[in-house]
Ligand binder design. Structure first.
Ligand SMILES: Nc1nc2c(c(=O)[nH]1)N[C@H]1C(S)=C(S)[C@@H](COP(=O)(O)O)O[C@H]1N2
Ligand SMILES: [Mo]
Length: 411
């Protein structure tokens, strides 16, 4: 995607305004009362429409998964747009001590560890002193669509809305590392945010990347999402963007970066996110994989956005089937849909690409010619030839990537 200079200027001026002027950039009440159960008045009898919606500060009606800490799912219909509005961007914190205010004047990003000149960066320095970069990238929780696994895996029971696509603006982590000078022997870079456990003594959320990955030029620190400062619940003032990798690595409210001389070991790295070490990310409930690896790049996957689950379609009326496909950054090459539950497949049309790490929209026009039940499937293949498995399960309910089905009635 072309960098739009005018956009960058406006955007940077806005953030600088925050960093130098107003000071307190956001303040959220820690306890937010769910705004009642709000069932959208649509004709769609989809599951997502029946789940309770809540409104948090700066957010639109979102599907409540848990409120302490806040886990808010994006309603599916927002995925008809290429970029997810900031107000609808899904929210997930692990700890109930998530930040609810940031003073932009006193905020500092600390960069230390195995470096020549450890530094505390002000927001103003970050915005002014580094070349801005902008990139469209999808983010997705490791547990997105976990609720569809059977038997059920423990953890947040998301449907398809623990993912979003946004345009990120900020600076390359590589440039920041070059500024402080990395000493020889660096193997990893660790990241943590402003969030804390409500009780002392419990381990902070800290994740690391291999040094070469952290310095690859794609990994960035964003100060804007879709041209605006990030919503407080989505990581004001800074977030790490790790294009093509699962969200757990995208540390929110980033406040500390540490260059390490040995690999980080903590519960977030070693225990929290193991996946079976096979391309399908599959294992049997009664026969768990002996070998696991930490979750990493996005697997090739595709979903339906329309029709929504159990949506009724009208006989003889053309419908646009549409959805999203993504992979870890090789690019989607092909999306196929089946209107006969996988017996035969046809190619869907892909929308123009808007970035290697963005999701890709696909569409297919279909005319229902018979009343009764319909059952569709969708599958994607990326440029590296990676397709999707027919079935999948794993103990953590992670990296859902099996072929998706959707069904409903033609009336
Ligand atoms: N500091 C911090 N960063 C974090 C987390 C967290 O708990 N603390 N959770 C991660 C997980 S599991 C997800 S899914 C994403 C959610 O990002 P979002 O709330 O902006 O959608 O943030 C990631 N980054
Ligand atoms: Mo997540």
């Amino acid at each position: 995607m072309n960098t739009d200079d005018a956009f960058l200027k406006i955007n940077r001026r806005r953030l600088l305004g925050l960093a130098t002027g107003a000071g307190l950039v956001s303040l959220l009440p820690r306890q937010v009362l769910p705004g009642g159960m709000d069932v959208p008045g649509s004709a769609i009898a989809g599951q997502s429409a029946l789940r309770g919606q809540v409104r948090y500060p700066e957010k639109t009606g979102m599907i409540l998964i848990t409120d302490r800490p806040p886990q808010l799912e994006t309603p599916l219909h927002f995925f008809r747009q290429d970029l997810t509005p900031n107000s609808a961007y899904f929210v997930r914190w692990h700890l109930s001590g998530y930040p609810i205010e940031v003073d932009a004047r006193t905020f500092r990003l600390r960069l230390d560890g195995l470096v020549d000149k450890p530094h505390l960066f002000t927001l103003e320095e970050l915005v002014k002193d580094f070349d801005p970069v902008t990139l469209v990238a999808m983010n997705q929780c490791s547990g997105n669509a976990r609720s569809l696994f059977s038997p059920q895996s423990p953890g947040s029971q998301w449907q398809f809305g623990a993912t979003c696509n946004a345009q990120w603006t900020g600076m390359r982590l590589k440039d920041l590392l070059a500024r402080v000078g990395v000493k020889s022997g660096a193997v990893e870079v660790a990241f943590s945010g402003l969030d804390e456990w409500p009780m002392r003594g419990l381990p902070k959320v800290v994740k690391s990347l291999k040094f070469d990955h952290a310095a690859d030029g794609d990994v960035m620190i964003a100060y804007a999402m879709n041209g605006e400062p990030l919503p407080m619940l989505n990581s004001l003032p800074l977030r790490l963007v790790v294009p093509g990798w699962y969200a757990m690595y995208w540390i929110k409210s980033l406040a500390h970066i540490e260059v390490l001389k040995k690999p980080l070991s903590n519960i977030w790295m070693d225990e929290a996110y193991p996946i079976p070490d096979n391309p399908e990310i599959n294992e049997e409930p009664g026969n768990l994989s002996k070998k696991t690896v930490p979750i990493n790049r996005f697997a090739t996957h595709s979903i339906f956005v329309r029709p929504e689950p159990e949506e009724q379609l009208l006989l003889n009326h053309p419908v646009i089937l549409e959805g999203l496909a993504n992979d870890g950054g090789d690019d989607i090459a092909r999306v196929e849909v089946s209107m006969v539950n996988g017996r035969t497949w046809v190619d869907a049309r892909l929308d123009p690409e808007i970035g290697r790490f963005s999701w890709r929209h696909w569409r297919y026009v279909w005319i229902p010619l018979e009343k009764g039940r319909y059952a569709f499937k969708v599958r994607a293949t990326n440029r590296a030839g990676e397709g999707q498995p027919v079935t999948q399960w794993n103990r953590g309910g992670f990296a859902r990537r099996m072929i998706q089905s959707t069904s409903g009635m033609v009336v």
